[in-house]
Design a protein around this ligand. Structure first.
Ligand SMILES: Nc1ncnc2c1ncn2[C@@H]1O[C@H](COP(=O)(O)OP(=O)(O)OP(=O)(O)O)[C@@H](O)[C@H]1O
Ligand SMILES: [Mg+2]
Length: 251
């Protein structure tokens, strides 16, 4: 059974504590959003889970395996800027993870092209990153993360740099792809509305050193529709989270 267990993570940078005994779990098929003020440690936590930044203490267990401090294995990551390799075509970027895993060329290109189609980029296989718009690059980044069939997707403000219209379209596309495969997702965002629209559960972090101010199970079934953003309960929850964050900032 897919499961993420992050337990008692501590991390300081130059004696400044950023994460103090941070724990969280993600269940199979669950989409969890992390909200919190700038600088509170969200990206640091994701990088620790991804194995790219070492924790001072604590463990990360994915699907029963201790992966603390290890990269690769079961995780796909999407960043705010798509971070594509400029010297690789869109298709080769998507296939990159499979190449690292040793999958043969024709097989990995076949799988990469499947995911490129899923994100709506059929026909752009041979495009270079600089020929793609920001939204298209982000789509390639999403296809690349899904292509390795990770157990867990780590997404760090993946739509933060996009215009509102492109972001809305990509939110719906992400949900459509996610609903087909139901990977566990940890999704960092500054958008309260985005978190409520996308996630099953939201963790609201305090300012640094981060602790969980509120855990909220989003009370909406799937599939969800744009219209829920105008629902009185949605507006009320958005307001509550916004007040909570503002109150914490001023505390
Ligand atoms: N490599 C590093 N060296 C020193 N300090 C760091 C390093 N990485 C992060 N920090 C500090 O740790 C704190 C948390 O940073 P982090 O990037 O995790 O915040 P964040 O919650 O992702 O913020 P944002 O919402 O702005 O992306 C910040 O105060 C930052 O300055
Ligand atoms: Mg960040």
């Amino acid at each position: 059974m897919a499961h993420l267990n992050v337990s008692s993570i501590c991390k300081s940078f130059e004696n400044t504590p950023v994460l103090l005994d941070q724990s969280l779990e993600v269940q199979e098929g669950e989409f969890v959003a992390l909200l919190g003020p700038s600088g509170c440690g969200k990206s640091t936590l994701l990088q620790i889970i991804n194995g790219l930044v070492p924790a001072d203490r604590g463990t990360v267990v994915l699907d029963g395996k201790d992966i603390t401090g290890k990269t690769g294995a079961g995780r796909g990551m999407v960043f705010q800027g798509a971070d594509l390799f400029p010297w690789r075509t869109a298709l080769e970027n998507v296939a990159f993870g499979l190449e690292v895993m040793g999958v043969g060329k024709s097989e990995r290109l076949k799988q990469a092209s499947h995911y490129l189609n899923l994100v709506g980029l059929r026909g752009f296989e041979n495009a270079w990153p600089h020929q793609l718009s920001g939204g298209m690059q982000q789509r390639v980044g999403i296809a690349r993360a899904f292509c390795i069939r990770p157990s867990l997707l780590l997404m760090d403000e993946p739509f933060g740099a996009l215009d509102v219209q492109t972001r809305d379209v990509l939110q719906d596309e992400l949900v459509r792809i996610w609903e087909a495969e139901r990977k566990m997702v940890l999704f960092v965002t500054h958008g309260i509305e985005e978190a409520l629209y996308l996630a099953d559960r939201i963790l609201v972090f305090s300012k640094r050193p981060a602790h969980v101010l509120r855990e909220l199970v989003v009370p909406y079934e799937r599939p969800r529709h744009e219209s829920m953003k105008l629902d009185p309960l949605f507006l009320q929850l958005r307001r509550e989270i916004s007040d909570l964050l503002r109150h914490d900032m001023n505390a």
